[in-house]
Write a protein that binds this ligand. Structure first.
Ligand code: LLP
Length: 388
């Protein structure tokens, strides 16, 4: 059942709101498109960024489609392994990996640790030695390339906490190559998230080319390059663009990144894979007439979907049950005791009443996983299209 903007509202009537609704056909179609886009590049490897959505059913679907996983905590590694991702396809990044988490990575024989600092490199070496193992490591380089996206989700600038500064790179590579229980395999980059301008990725490619050419000249062998994730989705028009332009995305790397024979290229896509398949479904609790405007007060709030409050992010808001012909203007808000608990201001919707169903679209990425229990609220449920 491909919905693409049409929701099974009659079936929703039996379900307690709010809940995340996942269109699993759209997820599978999206995964097919990714696979298709790299089908002629056996050296391209996509690791799904688990942080975007760790719902077990979503993870299982992505693992079954043959993708790897990109994790940022021991918990994510455990969730990925449980869902069926083989350790050999797991990469693990993060600036503050604890000993326990590093050991989880070692015990699961993950493909690679993306190392972000010298002390981390030393600890991985020590813990691997204690287990008689050799851990593959890539150094995360801060490429100082800006992505034109929200300040809170850019990561590739020199001022960010992530990665190793370019000026320290040679020294840290030499160190990694000297350590006995780590094996240096390459470099890791990530410039930010929700990037729609392909020239940002081109800029990254150019920077990576410069770095790898210089390192090759120094005799450093790089077998793996990981360019992170960041491909954005169309929040404004989820029905017109339910699947991002993966062809163009991978073509950008094919065109601009100079790979040596045998070099493997890794990607860590999160939002682009799961963003459009999810919607947060809620009911209108009350319609309140303010002095100057009308408020549609939902049973979903910022605890269920924090992106608007945290990043001023836009999510398309639709009344999916009203059959009214006339359109009215509402501020669509949640019930949480915070003024920032607002999903949208001056939203035009068909005349809306108590009990109507409202969909907050494009909420598959960084939605359910970022939910909290603030105000002692319940965590939102998840409903799969396959089960309706
Ligand atoms: N790789 C690394 C090293 C990352 O830090 C991230 C995201 C990704 C991959 C996946 O990025 P994606 O393909 O999903 O753009 N909570 C924010 C987004 C934070 C992204 C953090 N890093 C939001 O709701 O927009």
């Amino acid at each position: 059942m491909i919905l693409r903007g049409k929701f099974p509202v009659e079936k929703f009537r039996e379900i307690e709101t709010p809940f995340y609704y996942y269109d699993m056909n759209l997820l599978r179609d999206t995964l097919d498109c990714v696979r298709e886009a790299i089908s002629r590049d056996p050296n391209f490897h996509v690791h799904y960024a688990v942080k975007a959505n760790a719902n077990p059913d979503i993870l299982r679907t992505i693992a079954r489609a043959g993708f790897g996983a990109d994790c940022v905590s021991g918990g994510e590694i455990l969730a990925a392994v449980k869902a069926g991702f083989p350790g050999s396809k797991i990469v693990y990044a993060g600036v503050g990996k604890t000993d326990r988490e590093i050991n989880i990575g070692l015990d699961n024989d993950i493909f690679c640790f993306n190392v972000e600092s010298v002390p981390e490199l030393e600890v991985i070496n020590e813990l691997a030695a204690a287990k008689g193992k050799v851990a593959a490591v890539a150094l995360r380089v801060n490429p100082n390339v800006g992505a034109h996206t929200h300040a809170n989700i850019t990561t590739g600038l020199a001022e960010n906490k992530f990665g190793i500064a370019m000026t320290d790179l040679d020294r840290v590579i030499d160190m990694a190559r000297d350590l006995k229980n780590v094996r240096f395999i390459g470099l890791h980059f990530h410039i930010g998230s929700q990037i729609l301008d392909m020239t940002d990725f081109t800029a990254l490619c150019n920077r990576v080319n410069d770095i790898t050419a210089r390192l090759e000249q120094r005799g450093v062998k790089i077998s793996d390059i990981n360019v992170g994730g960041g491909l954005g989705i169309d929040y404004k028009h989820p029905n017109h663009h339910p699947i991002p332009d993966f062809k163009e995305y991978f073509a950008t790397y094919r065109r601009h990144l100079h790979l040596l024979p045998g070099q493997q290229l890794h990607f860590e896509l999160g939002r682009a894979i799961v963003g459009q398949c999810g919607a947060l479904i809620s009911r209108v609790v009350f319609v309140k007439e303010g002095t100057k405007k009308k408020f549609a007060i939902l049973d979903a709030g910022m605890t269920d979907l924090i992106r608007p409050a945290l990043y001023e992010a836009y999510h398309r808001i639709e009344n999916i049950s009203s059959e009214a012909e006339d359109v009215e203007r509402y501020d669509v808000v949640g019930p949480v005791c915070e003024s920032s608990d607002v999903f949208g201001k001056a939203v035009d919707m068909p005349s809306t009443k108590r009990g109507d169903f409202i969909a907050l679209r494009s909420a598959g990425a960084y939605g359910e996983i970022m939910a909290s229990q603030y105000n002692c609220r319940q965590l939102p449920l998840a409903v799969l299209s396959d089960n309706l």
